[in-house]
Design a protein around this ligand. Structure first.
Ligand SMILES: NC(=O)c1ccc[n+]([C@@H]2O[C@H](COP(=O)([O-])OP(=O)(O)OC[C@H]3O[C@@H](n4cnc5c(N)ncnc54)[C@H](O)[C@@H]3O)[C@@H](O)[C@H]2O)c1
Length: 356
């Protein structure tokens, strides 16, 4: 099959990452690059076309796919222009700044009949896919809670990420991934309600902490928590923490880190109603939180997933040539954006918001 010829629009941090990744993959050729900032254009490697404008890139017949990697507030206009020029499009997340922008993009893309998808490569994060395996394989019986958390220590909100007009804030930056993962894991389930606490802990304009509770119609409560500015004195050991915990009536699964370390934990003997045993803690005696009876805790390895971000482009390549579906569908990304808007509303009012 032919190589997919890509033009990259936006050559900052992620534009460089895309160039490096696509250069490693057989099915792709990066033809050229455009960045609005001349300083960034100086970094375009020899041998690639350096376009003078986005329009010039979109007009180039050598480009099959426009990869939009500019700031979030540029996605709408660039996607619309690329579609009108007849280019197929991959756009970075978040798809748009709001639903109005997104609906306009979808309308134009539909009129132009081009292929359009979003770079949600974190559907291939191994920690997420491992926990999705636990869920899909029904290893825990009836699941009632799934918590996904990411904590940054001595955090670093940088560049455009601190400006609201540029689509900054951690909900847009990482929330979009964490919500997308949770919704994709719970495929088929509706979100009945959303409750969120979203804070600007130290930033003036944008959020740097959020906790979101999603009540699904399958009985599960999904919890997503992220904080950028927790502090730690153990800098050499930890600069972030990534955790999952999933609870069901037949077991619990936990995972720590992006390269998941964890276990599926079960018990040979559920202590439904037993005589209370006194356990002493520094905060006084307890009967509810004592150690388990000897030999009753059983562990199994997590069903680890061997996925990587390249897999996103492997799927794109096959889907582009009609061999499978694009993994990331635009209505799914619309749902994530709508959910972020519901979360913002909940945070503002302090009330939960009915969703689906
Ligand atoms: N999927 C991921 O994991 C991931 C990770 C990082 C960033 N991103 C996304 O990638 C996009 C870029 O983020 P970044 O961190 O690389 O930002 P960045 O600031 O490092 O780079 C953005 C670049 O886009 C250029 N630009 C701005 N407007 C432009 C325009 N109209 N035309 C051409 N170039 C333009 C800027 O000059 C800059 O060089 C954002 O949408 C961000 O959310 C995704």
């Amino acid at each position: 099959m032919d190589k997919i010829r890509v033009g990259i629009v936006g050559f900052g941090f992620m534009g460089h990452e895309h160039l490096a990744m696509l250069s490693r993959l057989d099915g792709y050729e990066v033809v050229g690059i455009y960045d609005i900032d001349p300083k960034q254009m100086e970094e375009v490697p020899e041998g690639l076309k350096r376009y003078a404008s986005a329009d010039e890139l979109f007009a180039d017949p050598d480009v099959d796919v426009a990869l939009i990697v500019a700031n979030n507030n540029q996605h709408h206009d660039l996607v619309v222009k690329a579609a009108r020029a007849g280019k197929d499009i991959i756009c970075e997340k978040p798809i748009a700044m709001n639903l109005e922008e997104l609906d306009d993009m979808v309308k134009v893309v539909g009129e132009c009949g081009v292929k359009f998808t979003i770079h949600h490569q974190r559907r291939f994060d191994p920690d997420f896919r491992t926990m999705k395996n636990v869920y899909d394989q029904g290893l825990l019986g009836d699941v009632y809670t799934v918590k996904s958390s990411l904590y940054g220590f001595n955090g670093n909100m940088h560049d455009w990420h601190v400006y609201i007009s540029e689509g900054g804030g951690m909900l847009f930056d990482w929330g979009v991934h964490l919500i997308d993962q949770m919704l994709w894991m719970m495929k088929g389930a509706k979100v009945k309600s959303v409750f969120a606490d979203i804070r600007n802990v130290i930033n003036f304009e944008v959020d740097d902490y959020f906790k979101i509770l999603l009540r699904f119609d399958n009985g599960i409560t999904g919890e997503i928590e992220l904080g950028t500015y927790f502090l730690t004195d153990k800098i050499s050991e930890k600069w972030f923490e990534r955790h999952w915990i999933m609870g069901g009536n037949k077991g619990t699964a936990y995972s720590d880190g992006f390269d998941p370390e964890g276990k599926v934990v079960r018990t040979s003997h559920l202590l439904k109603n037993v005589r209370g045993t006194r356990t002493m803690t520094a905060a006084g005696p307890t009967r509810s939180f004592g150690p388990p009876a000897e030999g009753t805790i059983l562990t199994e390895e997590l069903p680890k997933a061997d996925t990587k971000h390249e897999d996103y482009f492997e799927n794109y390549y096959k889907a582009y040539h009609g061999e499978e579906e694009f993994l990331v569908k635009i209505p799914e990304t619309r749902r994530v954006l709508a959910l972020m808007e519901a979360a913002r509303e909940s945070a503002k009012t302090g009330q939960s918001v009915a969703f689906e």
